[in-house]
Structure formats: structure tokens, C-alpha cells
Ligand binder design. Structure first.
Ligand SMILES: [Zn+2]
Length: 265
């Protein structure tokens, strides 16, 4: 019975991943995500239900449109499988709690932004602007570990969570505004807005963990690129995916990371 529930959760996640592909395909091109309905971008044929079975359709038609044979990016399959696996993994980690739902939802935002930034080098306002109020609202319902920091000062756990989220968002915004003004390349105002969203998701002090992870990973990758770069090809690596990785790691393990860091001193 339990395995049946795991299976259902995986399939649900994969279906959400299928929709996530639509968001990733259309939002950076300024297209509506609902209209027109799913179609092949090459031959415009409307897709039927059996063309859109997550994972299976891609494998069955070997990554090609079954009407015109156009190539469908492998990313489509990866996102479907990864979202299914993440939904299931988070369920095994948190059980069927509200925190499972919220973390799964945050993960969707983070994946969409990371992939769009990788493919297009932009972080769309169409995602960050709505994410700000939504994440603040969700944080008010449940924000991990904040109770210990802010609860003593204000008494109400929900108020403490809102203060924590607002403080985290403002700090993320200020730190990344400063970095963007100083850095010449690779950083833009999309990253600044994303840093504010991250703060709303993680709160203060965890936003510092998320930004720290992003800056360390981004720095290491930039150094790696510099070493590997043979010809003087100037290509800034997008920073959004590192912010997204930092947020994801912090949502899952932020408390442990803070404890470990404090334990160093
Ligand atoms: Zn086609």
C-alpha cells in the first residue's frame, strides 16, 4: 500500500514537472502558459492526452514529435523525472506535512528560475514578482527554525515568521544590490529580486546560509571556468542557478548547516 502511495506521489510530481516545462518554455518568450494549449513548437499540432504522459511519452516517441518528428529537448524528460523524484524524496523526508507541500512548491519556483536563467540568461519578473507575496504568505504559515530566533521577541509564531521573512528578504535585496552595483558582469537585477524571494522563503538568519552557499558555489565555478577557458572567450556564467541551489540546500538542511558553522567556533 505504501509503495502505491509513493508511486502516486511520483506520478503527481512528474505531471507537475510536465507543466513546469511549459512554464520554462513559454515565460521567457512572453507567451501565455495556458493559451494556446500544449502543442508541438515545430508543427503546431495540438498534443493529445497520450502525447503528454509524463516520462513515458518522451521515451515511447524517443524524444521526437510523433507528428512531424521534430526533436524535443532532453531537458523535458529530465525535468519530469527530477520533479517526480523530488516530490517523492521530500515526502520521504518530511512525511505528509504542510512543510512537504510548501518545500515542494518552493522547489518548483527554484527549478523554473534556474533552468530559465541557464537557457536564456534572464530571471523573469513574471516569476519573481508573484513569488514575493506568495512566499511571504507561505512563510507566515510555516517557516522552519525561526521560532527560536524571533519568537522570544514577539510571542506569536506567525508574526515571528513574517518578521523573519521580511528581514531575510530585505537583507537579500540589500546584499545583492551592493554586489550587482560593484560586479561588472554575471550579475543583474534579476538576481537581486531572486535574492529577495530567497529571503522570503528562508527568513533571517537562514538567508545568510543560502547566499553563502550560492556565493561559494558561484565563485568555485567561476574559478573553474577561468582555469578551463582556453581562448579568451568572454561569457558570464548566470548566477541564478547558484542562488537556486543555495536556497534548495538551505530549505532542507539550513538548520544543520548553521549548527555546524556555530560549532566551528
Ligand atoms: Zn511536431
Amino acid at each position: 500500500m505504501m509503495y502505491f502511495i509513493y508511486f502516486i506521489i511520483f506520478i503527481f510530481g512528474a505531471s507537475v514537472g510536465s507543466f513546469l516545462n511549459v512554464v520554462i518554455d513559454r515565460v521567457p518568450r512572453e507567451q501565455s502558459i495556458t493559451n494556446p494549449p500544449s502543442h508541438c513548437p515545430a508543427c503546431k499540432r495540438k498534443l493529445r492526452a497520450w502525447d503528454m504522459v509524463p516520462i513515458l511519452s518522451y521515451i515511447w516517441f524517443r524524444g521526437h514529435c510523433r507528428y512531424c518528428g521534430a526533436y524535443i529537448p532532453l531537458r523535458t524528460l529530465v525535468i519530469e523525472a527530477a520533479t517526480g523524484a523530488l516530490f517523492l524524496g521530500l515526502f520521504l523526508y518530511y512525511g505528509g506535512t504542510a512543510y512537504w507541500g510548501i518545500t515542494a512548491f518552493y522547489t518548483l519556483i527554484v527549478i523554473a528560475i534556474a533552468i530559465i536563467d541557464l537557457e536564456h540568461g534572464i530571471i523573469p519578473n513574471k516569476i519573481t514578482y508573484p513569488a514575493l507575496p506568495v512566499c511571504l504568505g507561505l512563510s507566515a504559515i510555516y517557516l522552519p527554525l525561526q521560532e527560536s530566533v524571533w519568537l522570544g521577541a514577539v510571542g506569536s509564531p506567525h508574526l515571528a515568521a513574517v518578521i523573519s521573512a521580511l528581514a531575510g528578504g530585505c537583507l537579500g535585496f540589500v546584499i545583492f544590490s551592493a554586489i550587482t552595483l560593484v560586479a561588472r558582469e554575471g550579475m543583474g537585477w534579476g538576481d537581486v529580486k531572486l535574492a529577495a524571494v530567497m529571503g522570503f522563503m528562508t527568513g533571517l538568519p537562514l538567508i545568510l546560509v543560502a547566499l553563502g552557499i550560492a556565493i561559494v558555489l558561484g565563485g568555485l565555478s567561476a574559478a573553474g571556468m577561468l582555469i578551463l577557458r582556453r581562448k579568451g572567450r568572454k561569457e558570464a556564467i548566470p548566477f541564478g542557478p547558484f542562488l537556486c541551489l543555495g536556497t534548495f540546500a538551505t530549505l532542507l538542511w539550513g538548520g544543520y548547516i548553521i549548527d555546524w558553522y556555530i560549532g566551528l567556533f
